[in-house]
Write a protein that binds this ligand. Structure first.
Ligand SMILES: Nc1ncnc2c1ncn2[C@@H]1O[C@H](COP(=O)(O)OP(=O)(O)OP(=O)(O)O)[C@@H](O)[C@H]1O
Ligand SMILES: [Mg+2]
Length: 257
């Protein structure tokens, strides 16, 4: 990751979008402040991934605006790093080749890009797999490679769509720690979509809750807990209280029985 890249605020104003005649986003507003870590939770199919595509500049809304640092940003594609829900690794490139892309696009030399990619892969437990192609990795390993690529994406605006979704519980806890550490060091503006409420509370400054489709933010919970936060903290009432608040908002939307 290039620490010289700007970390800016990201804002959605009244985003509205229908797909195939189905309203998916409905006047959705949200703001992630510069260097803030926001988690977004909501029922399956409510429109979270669609929202990230619009924020990243991959899809156009029918109405509403995306603002970066308070300004309309029609040319934002490539200025935010999106880690899609599917790992989206390039199958024709090795793991190293996939992870080197960010630094190379950012102007790093071949040597520096390779060194940065190797270091990051080692941190993600993929040392020794640099020359493997994605098809020869397990689902969890592909997810780790995709996360490594995101972190070297050269921007400090991250949109992460369930980055730990395909991982077993142990790897998930481990990589969450790596993400928290990297975020604390570099303070990228981060929007994380997750279904895991513990994960949201462990990682985020604020948790936004979406109701059922079409997506709108129906509530938010601030997580004012000190960092670093660990799995052991989850039993602390200071963690269970915001978690219960998120659950209660989800329940009030009818998303939970
Ligand atoms: N290309 C498309 N054409 C038509 N409908 C689509 C398209 N992409 C998504 N949808 C619909 O938009 C809705 C929202 O999908 P989206 O992937 O954004 O949900 P999500 O909140 O990310 O769900 P999940 O938590 O399961 O990942 C769904 O009803 C889906 O069927
Ligand atoms: Mg999704």
């Amino acid at each position: 990751m290039s620490e010289a890249a700007p970390s800016s605020s990201i804002e959605a104003r009244a985003l509205t979008l229908a797909l195939g005649g189905t309203p998916v986003l409905d006047g959705l507003d949200l703001r992630v402040a510069e260097g803030e870590f926001v988690a977004l939770v909501g029922p399956s199919g409510c429109g979270k991934s669609t929202l990230l595509s619009v924020l990243a500049g991959l899809a156009e809304p029918d109405a509403g605006d995306v603002l970066i640092d308070g300004r309309a940003a029609p040319g934002r594609l490539g200025h935010l790093t999106l880690m899609p829900q599917s790992d989206a690794l390039m199958p024709w490139r090795t793991v190293l080749g996939n992870v080197r892309v960010g630094p190379l696009l950012g102007g790093a030399s071949e040597e520096d890009a390779t060194a940065a990619a190797r270091r990051t892969l080692a941190r993600f437990g993929l040392g020794g797999f640099e020359d493997h192609y994605p098809h020869a990795l397990s689902g969890g390993m592909r997810q780790r490679a995709a996360l490594a690529r995101t972190m070297l994406g050269g921007t400090r605006m991250w949109l992460l769509d369930e980055p730990f979704g395909a991982l077993d519980a142990l790897t998930r806890a481990d990589l969450r720690g790596v993400l928290a550490e990297t975020w604390m060091r570099d303070r990228p503006t981060t929007l994380l979509v997750t279904h895991d409420l513990d994960e949201a509370v462990l990682l985020a400054d604020r948790v936004l809750v979406c109701g059922p489709r079409p997506a709108r933010v129906v509530g938010e919970v601030a997580i004012g807990l000190p960092r670093p936060r660990t799995l052991d903290d989850l039993v602390d009432p200071a963690f269970s209280v915001p978690r219960a608040e998120i659950l209660s908002i989800l329940r009030s939307t009818g998303a939970l029985a």
